[in-house]
Design a protein around this ligand. Structure first.
Ligand code: BMA
Length: 325
């Protein structure tokens, strides 16, 4: 029996499965609909973490001038969120408010007592990763821009390994990036990063044949680090984004133990296939309950909605191993 190494969180969102799929959708999806905040048209690709007995999140919110920024939201049940009407302000080392060009696809990861927010930031019009931090979701500081342009999909490990921070990322281009593999880098201080290496290449399987990118923060399990990621394929009608899953070695996350050749969730429902960008499932965070092995995954649907999907540590690891490449 595989186990989640982590806290017991009996109040995470949950619904029992009705079929045999390795990952199943919440029946009341999408949990965030259009126009949820004044001057915001869509919220998607967002990250939720447990906070003070409830849940806090950093949300990708597309404002009505078409530019994405980061907004804060909180919830008692992880399903119904109330949002701040103003964007999150990150403070620079000088105490000034950081001036955003744009900001999207946030991930939030707690390491020790600090919540780190990583997003794709615009600098001089180019996409770079930015890393900020907070302890209370009221005051946020900008820590660094870890890498040179162009890069997206920065995902921190929730624990230091051998005293170092580990960051997954996906070097990209300045457009819609028709290529891309997942890289792993390490740092003693979140400012200086090195030992970059390619962790996983895009796959020969068609659903992940064009590019891949890390999704949720890796989940520590008795069998290794469980990573949900996205894989994209190219069609006559543009890209299609599905969710994949892989198990990395616990002691050395540079080693892939088992990578699932099948997707674990692919666009099927209306809120995944119809929207601003059709056919997109884009996982950004997951909540876990160690006692029951439950996992609740937050994902963006069609660049328009936020959906929830569920699995258990046993079901997903069995599936990864059964369909390993
Ligand atoms: C990627 C990112 C995501 C988006 C996806 C599909 O390149 O920009 O934010 O969900 O494309 O449009």
């Amino acid at each position: 029996m595989a186990k989640i190494i982590g806290d017991n969180l009996p109040n995470i969102p949950w619904q029992d499965p009705t079929g045999n799929d390795p990952v199943w959708r919440y029946s009341a999806n999408p949990i965030i609909d259009r126009n949820p905040i004044p001057n915001v048209t869509r919220v998607f690709n967002s990250a939720v973490v447990p906070f003070k007995g409830g849940f806090a999140g950093v949300f990708r919110a597309e404002t009505k001038n078409g530019i994405p920024y980061l907004y804060f939201g909180k919830s008692d049940d992880g399903i119904h969120f109330t949002f701040s009407n103003e964007r999150i302000v990150f403070h620079t080392k000088d105490g000034d408010a950081y001036k955003f060009e744009y900001a999207y696809d946030p991930r939030v990861v707690k390491v020790e007592d600090t919540y780190y927010v990583i997003w794709c930031d615009g600098q001089h019009g180019l996409p770079v990763l930015a890393l900020g931090k907070t302890t209370d979701f009221e005051h946020f500081d900008l820590v660094s821009h870890p890498f040179l342009p162009f890069n997206r999909n920065g995902v921190l490990f929730p624990k230091k390994i051998n005293g170092k921070f580990y960051l997954l990322s996906r070097p990209s281009d300045n457009g819609h990036t028709p290529f891309g593999d997942i890289y792993l880098s390490e740092s003693p201080d979140l400012v200086y990063w090195g030992n970059h290496s390619r962790l996983m290449e895009r796959g020969y399987e068609w659903w992940q044949g064009l590019k891949i990118g890390a999704g949720c923060a890796p989940i520590e399990t008795s069998e290794g680090w469980l990573l949900f990621y996205h894989g994209a394929t190219m069609t006559c009608n543009g890209y299609v984004y599905s969710m994949g899953a892989v198990l990395l070695d616990k002691e050395d996350p540079r080693k892939v133990k088992y990578r699932c050749g099948n997707f674990v969730l692919t666009p099927e429902t209306e809120y995944e296939t119809v929207g601003f960008v059709p056919n997109v499932i884009f996982p950004c965070s997951a909540l876990t309950d160690a006692a029951t092995g439950r996992i609740a995954i937050y994902y963006g649907g069609a660049d328009t909605y936020v959906g929830l999907a569920f699995t258990t540590v046993d079901k997903i690891i069995d599936y990864i191993v059964k369909f390993k490449r």
